[in-house]
Design a protein around this ligand. Structure first.
Ligand SMILES: Nc1ncnc2c1ncn2[C@@H]1O[C@H](COP(=O)(O)OP(=O)(O)OP(=O)(O)O)[C@@H](O)[C@H]1O
Length: 291
């Protein structure tokens, strides 16, 4: 195909152009125009499902918000969105506004998730990679995010299409946080996630070990249900910063089910999580703000 040298903005075929290179160019410029107003874009990844990645993403967003930052949350798990539920806004729907798609407001956080486009939360989204990429692109380019200090991007587990799409669309990602649990099976997968992030050239902000020991509410003894310390060892071995450990806390699941972040309550995990956030802010050179 002959290279077209016309400027897309002024072109009469804009919108109907069939040159895929030009179409992509226009879309990438739209992403870059919106995302140029977002200071830090951080993706939260894990090698394995169910390790608490979405829990870390929404609590990170809430702590940053409590410290005075302007924060958005993008649920990039297109086929298994759970962020909206954890933020208590799963019944909201996408609405068009004057500047594009309006993000849903969750007590001051701007949120976008595929969940807002589903007629029923239990509907299955059965999409291949290019469709997921198109959805993520639209969420980045067509949503009125406005000026943000942080966009927290919750990815699906593993090394699937979504992380690749996010990295391709956001060449200036601030970095990635990898969430793991301490069992060997999760650590093996988190090593793959670390290697994926490294291979994509994204800065690694560090590893968080979640579900790390349970303090018995009766005797105070710490019970190592899934062992502890594996995340720290993996971080050392992979030469990645260790951001901290979050204990298993029986209050986290019921709070999540109610759409409440555990950092907004006096939970056992709150203090450890605040330290994880300090670590992330330290990695990106943002000053700590008082809570
Ligand atoms: N530290 C913790 N203590 C107790 N429960 C936790 C903790 N972290 C997460 N959970 C619970 O574990 C479950 C899975 O968490 P979450 O949905 O955040 O995992 P995920 O890694 O995002 O899963 P997915 O595979 O859907 O991406 C949720 O019910 C959550 O409330």
């Amino acid at each position: 195909m002959e290279e077209c040298d016309s400027k897309c903005e002024a072109c009469a075929t804009r919108g109907t152009c069939t040159d895929p290179r030009k179409e992509m160019d226009v879309e990438l410029r739209a992403v870059s125009a919106r995302m140029g107003r977002v200071k830090h874009k951080i993706m939260i990844a894990s090698g394995k499902g169910g390790v608490g990645k979405s829990t870390v993403a929404v609590n990170l967003a809430r702590v940053l918000q409590a410290r005075g930052f302007r924060v958005g949350v993008l649920d990039a798990d297109i086929t298994g969105p759970s962020t909206a539920k954890l933020l208590g806004v799963e019944r909201e729907r996408l609405l068009a506004g004057p500047g594009g798609i309006e993000p849903v407001d969750s007590k001051g956080l701007k949120v976008i998730s595929m969940a807002f486009a589903l007629s029923d939360p239990s509907s299955a989204v059965v999409w291949r990679g290019p469709m997921k990429m198109a959805a993520i692109k639209q969420f980045l380019a067509d949503v009125s995010w406005g000026d943000l200090d942080f966009l927290i991007i919750d990815l699906p587990p593993g090394t699937s299409d979504e992380p690749l799409s996010v990295v391709q669309l956001l060449p200036d990602l601030t970095g990635a946080v990898i969430v793991t649990t301490p069992q060997e099976v999760a650590l093996l997968d988190s090593r793959k996630a670390v290697n994926m992030v490294k291979a994509m050239g994204v800065p690694l902000l560090g590893i968080v070990e979640n579900m790390s020991g349970l303090r018995c509410p009766h005797c105070g003894e710490v019970i190592d249900i899934f062992k502890t310390g594996g995340g720290e060892r993996a971080a050392e071995e992979l030469a990645v910063p260790f951001l901290g450990a979050i204990p298993l806390d029986p209050e986290i699941t019921p709070l999540g089910d109610e759409g409440v972040a555990f950092v907004d309550r006096d939970t056992a995990a709150k203090e450890s999580f605040e330290r994880v956030v300090d670590g992330i802010l330290g990695q990106i050179g943002e000053e700590k703000r008082a809570v």
